[in-house]
Design a binder for this molecule. Structure first.
Ligand code: GLU
Length: 310
């Protein structure tokens, strides 16, 4: 296998001239302004090194990737009782779909669709103010990345609040069913701010290392919990394209509408990719392609016996 740096450089070069880059998310007005030509990729390794290519030092809106970190915090805070608020089955629906909630009495399918993530944020708000919860999320992410220069972009959060009618609909629906404990305005205010955290690929890759369970990596949560978060990333991390991501790439991943993907190669690396143009399912178009290329070139897969023996 070529060296990892060479592989990252090859992927960035191969995608640089791609003309069909997908469409940036426009339903959050601040995200509509991002240049669709951006592309970055970073791999953080257990030895402390981070390899990068392209625009890997430029901060972007992590959006739904924040749901991985809030799930880790919620499991730490509530343990198994978190699953009373939210399920862990793939939804097979769009990320902001409301239809399943009606059939299933307001209990969202999993923590990574919008409804489920809103329920998780609501659960960690119990006994805390939004400011405290956002402080805790930032503290967790900064500790995981080993970098204090990670912030929330307030204007992205405000921009989403002004236009987030679908998320308000989901929250009110869940509140009506007693799934949310707090006023939708309070829970969503917190949720929009967590989604508006900005990180570069290099920072995000390092922040995901705790999920690799690799020797030498600081343990932020128990090994069993890290494994379960990865399982949910694999089955639910790409909305209604999760099955295809598992099929094509074979690694746990979580995407966001900012065009980012966090991907975990257990025991080996944490990878972040950013390309803001999205495909029809709301996942980064070139990011998904890059993830596939990386898995092919490295042979990394949770379904590969050699990986498991390593
Ligand atoms: N803040 C976004 C929303 O709630 C997150 C969605 C995503 O990144 O997929 O619509």
């Amino acid at each position: 296998m070529a060296g990892l740096q060479e592989i990252l450089d090859d992927i960035a070069a191969a995608l640089a001239d791609e003309t069909d880059r997908g469409k940036v998310a426009t339903y959050i007005p601040q995200l509509a302004r991002i240049d669709v030509r951006k592309f970055g990729i970073a791999a953080a390794l257990p030895d402390g090194s981070t390899l990068t290519a392209g625009d890997a030092a430029e901060p972007f809106s992590i959006q739904s990737i924040s749901k991985v970190f809030t799930l880790a915090i919620a499991l730490g805070r509530l343990g198994e009782s978190l699953w009373r608020h939210v399920g862990r089955e793939p939804s097979g629906q769009r990320f902001n779909s409301i239809v399943q909630l009606e059939y299933e009495d307001g209990r969202p399918r999993n923590p990574f669709i919008n409804a489920g993530a809103i329920a998780v944020t609501d659960a960690i708000l119990a006994g805390h103010s939004p400011k405290e919860v956002l402080g805790e999320i930032l503290q967790f992410v900064r500790a995981a990345a080993g970098d204090d220069d990670i912030h929330i972009n307030g204007s992205v959060a405000q921009s989403e609040k002004a236009t987030g009618h679908l998320n308000f609909a989901l929250a009110h629906f869940m509140r009506a069913h007693g799934v949310l404990q707090h006023a939708p305005d309070l829970t969503l205010g917190t949720y929009f701010h967590q989604c508006a955290i900005e990180m570069s690929c290099a920072q995000l890759a390092r922040a995901g290392l705790f999920l690799t369970d690799a020797p030498g990596v600081p343990r932020m949560i128990s090994r069993g919990r890290a494994r379960r978060i990865c399982a949910i990333m694999l089955t639910c991390g790409h909305y209604d394209a999760s099955g295809d991501f598992a099929f094509q790439v074979g690694l746990p991943g979580k995407s966001g509408v900012g065009g980012g993907i966090l991907m975990i190669a257990p025991g080996r690396a944490s990878v972040a990719i950013w390309s803001p143009g999205l495909n029809a399912q709301g996942n980064s178009r070139l990011g998904t392609k890059a993830a596939h290329m990386l898995a092919e070139r490295t042979g990394w897969s949770v379904f590969d016996g050699r990986t498991l023996r390593a």
